[in-house]
Design a protein around this ligand. Structure first.
Ligand code: ATP
Ligand code: MG
Length: 736
């Protein structure tokens, strides 16, 4: 294998003796063939889902190599994920053989990193620079900002970080920010923080993710000879999912392609779903402007989905005003099955019917690997994971960890473990300074040493060190406050139910607030996951049972079945395809999500609709959309309206299915929903917090009826008729 970044100019090897390039075109339609064969000049393939864009790109790469038009290291191919890169490399290897290994193929980040390792020294970046993850990045920004006298409470480092990240996405260094509104942040000192942060990164020989592109742009400016070398090197550049590139990536591509000007980008404006991460659909819209004379090729035949699915997806996206518009027709005359739209009572019902249907499909011969559940938000995977586990259906979560493996869930569980078991040192270490409470690594190290020396758990060692005055005043104060909190929670645990306890812990510890204040794009998802964990706790009688369950879940994740059902977010499903796709949670507020609905203007809603379009177009043969009439959120039932996107689906192409029983049938459309506004039978309406007085009769979902004995803020002590005396949060009971 030859490293495309390191090879010297003029190195030539004989062209491969692979298949004849023209043979690779068999099976492609005329437009696809044109897109493969138009090897010279700028080409934009702009076309809808499933029209073979990725296939064209892969074939084009193989075609170039097979024809000996080019040496493999003279090709640069960019994909959206590492997985897509791997698949493309495998596919091209199948066609042309081992030469494919020398193609510069990867994500923007990985390619940028390779370039910087090779040539970053020219801008003072050593070859062995480190790449900071999001955590390190945040810590560093905070240090820098605090060092400049900015109060982290007033100007949260998270917010600074996202302002800086946006600049990096736009290819803007500290000296180029200009009159950007972000510069107003932190009392007008955001740019100064940015500059100081970049200096600090340089001192540490480190890059964050945004730098992997930004520094390349800097390198190109500072070392024109390096840029010229790459411009000579990369004779052919290929880019998938072009609609989701950001400005910095666009500039990077433009710079590199200026040598040979053979740039082929493929994309679909209707699948632009990453604007929240700085993607600019403008890149695709401006392509012909940026590359005058570019050839634009439109593919209109969809080879993926059967007729009804395609018709439903096309009708849905036609509701967006801001789009280029395009034709999509099915390759086969097979209408296939209609899109199923299924209403259920509750979130649990939804997980049950989806998993039942998946199992039925499997029995009828569909491999699990051809079935996917695509959710709007990460927290939604929990209900499905739990159901799949309990039914013993192997599954994988694509694009992220399983629910109980997620960082915030592990943190929350660590709190509970420490409360239940003071000797749980792993839990202690995980959360003792999380959120930050001034207990530094050195203090933790001292505690660890003492624990080891005396053979006691760390909690005990810490108590002893406080008593013996072994610590600095600051550390002692912080540590004893923490231990006192844990002690309080432990006492509370004796009477509260598991959810009440965790709710108290997450609020009281400041852990939930830490994520609420976090401005990074994944923080809202973490808050949602924590709320979902609270909801999950309802299903357990007590804390012990829950912790037992979690440890079993964590253990049970092995198994080497290769046939697994996929669970993932719609964002992670981009570019993928499955025979059967489930799209749960089609309810206003969930999908489209509340943030999009709260926004003024149609922008957010249109991006949500594109996401719905991406979901529908992942399926080859079957789609089932589901919505629940009510979901339990924070222990309270919330009634949801079916998603407005369901109204966008034409009746001719959908089949409505409703659950009967439970005292009535479900609404089949939004118009019917108000008639159905009541929560499912047997569920008590939740009362307002703080509205309780001693002696009042109340109802609790699990403990039944009882009488309020004491009120302490939002904590109630209740004598339940059957369950006895318990402490619960006011939000979890309703007036009887
Ligand atoms: P997306 O926009 O979702 O990324 P895409 O445009 O990249 O979709 P592909 O994934 O390349 O589409 O192709 C969709 C499916 O159609 C794949 O299974 C692919 O193998 C198949 N396909 C593409 N072109 C043809 C063709 N000419 N004949 C038969 N099948 C084809
Ligand atoms: Mg594709």
């Amino acid at each position: 294998m030859i490293d495309p970044f390191a090879i010297e100019d003029g190195t030539e090897v004989p062209p491969p003796s692979g298949p004849a390039p023209e043979d690779l075109l068999a099976g492609l339609n005329p437009e696809q063939t044109e897109a493969v064969r138009t090897t010279e000049g700028a080409v934009l393939v702009l076309s809808g889902a499933g029209t073979g864009k990725t296939r064209v790109l892969t074939t084009r790469l193989a075609y170039l190599l097979a024809g000996g038009f080019v040496q493999p290291w003279q090709c640069l191919a960019v994909t959206f994920t590492n997985r897509a890169a791997r698949e493309m490399r495998e596919r091209v290897t199948e066609i042309v053989g081992a030469d494919a290994a020398s193609v510069a193929l990867g994500t923007f980040h990985s390619l940028g990193a390779r370039m910087l390792r090779r040539d970053g020294e020219r801008i003072g970046l050593p070859r062995d620079f480190t790449i900071l993850d999001a955590d390190d990045q945040l810590r560093l920004i905070k240090q820098v900002a605090v060092g400049m006298g900015l109060d982290p409470k007033r100007w949260p480092p998270q917010a600074l970080s996202s302002v800086i990240q946006r600049w990096k996405d736009r290819g803007v260094g500290p000296d180029q920010v200009g009159a950007d509104p972000g510069a107003e942040y932190a009392g007008g000192r955001a740019v100064a923080v940015y500059r100081a942060y970049q200096d600090e990164l340089a001192r540490l020989s480190a890059c964050d993710f945004g730098d992997l592109l930004l520094k390349c742009l800097e390198l190109f400016r500072a070392a024109p000879d390096v840029l010229a070398r790459y411009q000579r090197r990369f004779r052919y550049i290929l880019v998938d999912e072009y609609q989701d590139t950001n400005v910095a990536q666009g500039l990077w591509l433009k710079a590199l392609s200026m040598g040979h000007r053979n740039l082929c980008c493929v994309g679909d404006d209707d699948q632009s779903i990453y604007s929240w991460r700085g993607a600019e659909v403008g890149n695709i819209l401006r392509f012909t402007h940026d590359f005058p004379g570019a050839r634009v090729i439109r593919l209109e035949t969809n080879y993926r989905s059967t007729g009804h699915i395609l018709a439903a997806a096309s009708a849905l996206i036609a509701h967006n005003a801001d789009r280029m518009g395009k034709t999509l027709r099915p390759a086969s005359g097979d209408w296939g099955e209609k899109v199923k739209v299924r209403g259920v009572w509750t979130g649990e019902d939804e997980a049950r019917v989806v998993v039942e249907e998946a199992e039925a499909l499997q029995r009828r011969g569909t491999p699990l690997s051809e079935i996917a559940v695509l959710v709007r938000a990460g927290y939604q995977t929990r209900a499905f994971e739990e159901r799949l586990m309990s039914q013993g259906v192997p599954y994988r979560v694509v694009g992220g960890p399983r629910f109980y493996e997620r960082q915030e869930i592990r943190d929350a569980v660590a709190y509970l473990r420490l409360i239940r078991q003071p000797a749980d040192d792993l839990a202690f270490e995980r959360i003792v300074n999380l959120p930050r409470r001034g207990i530094g690594d050195a203090t933790v190290e001292q505690v660890r040493e003492r624990a080891r020396a005396t053979g006691t758990p760390m909690t005990r060692a810490a108590e002893e060190m406080i008593a013996r005055n072994d610590l600095s005043a600051r550390a002692r104060g912080a540590l004893s406050r923490f231990l006192a909190d844990v002690g309080d929670w432990r006492a509370f645990a004796a009477t509260a139910d598991a959810r009440g306890l965790l709710s108290e812990v997450l609020e009281g510890s400041g852990y939930l607030d830490m994520w609420r204040q976090d401005k990074s794009p994944d923080a809202p998802g973490r808050v949602e996951n924590l709320k979902e964990l609270l909801a999950a706790l309802d299903e357990f009688a007590d804390l012990g049972e829950f912790l037992e369950y979690v440890s079993l879940v964590m253990e049970n994740q092995g198994g080497d079945e290769t046939d697994r059902l996929s669970v993932m977010t719609l964002h992670a499903a981009k570019g993928l395809e499955f025979d059967r796709v489930f799209l749960p949670g089609w309810e206003d507020g969930i999908f489209p999500n509340q943030r999009a609905l709260d926004e003024t203007g149609a922008k957010g809603l249109e991006e949500e609709r594109r996401l719905a379009h991406v979901g529908l177009t992942r399926a080859r043969k079957g789609v089932t959309v589901t919505f629940a009439a009510a979901r339990r959120i924070y222990g309270q039932w919330q009634n949801n309206m079916p998603s407005r996107f369901i109204d966008d689906l034409p009746e001719d192409h959908i089949e409505r299915i409703s659950e009967s029983g439970m005292g009535g049938s479900l609404p089949l459309a939004r118009s019917a929903a108000p008639a159905f506004a009541a929560a499912p039978p047997s569920v008590g309406a939740a009362g307002k917090e703080g509205a309780y007085a001693r002696g009042q009769r109340v109802f609790h979902d699990k403990f039944g009826y009882g009488e309020v004995r004491a009120v302490d803020g939002n904590k109630l002590e209740i004598a339940f008729d059957k369950a006895g005396l318990k402490k619960v949060m006011a939000g979890f009971v309703a007036p009887a």
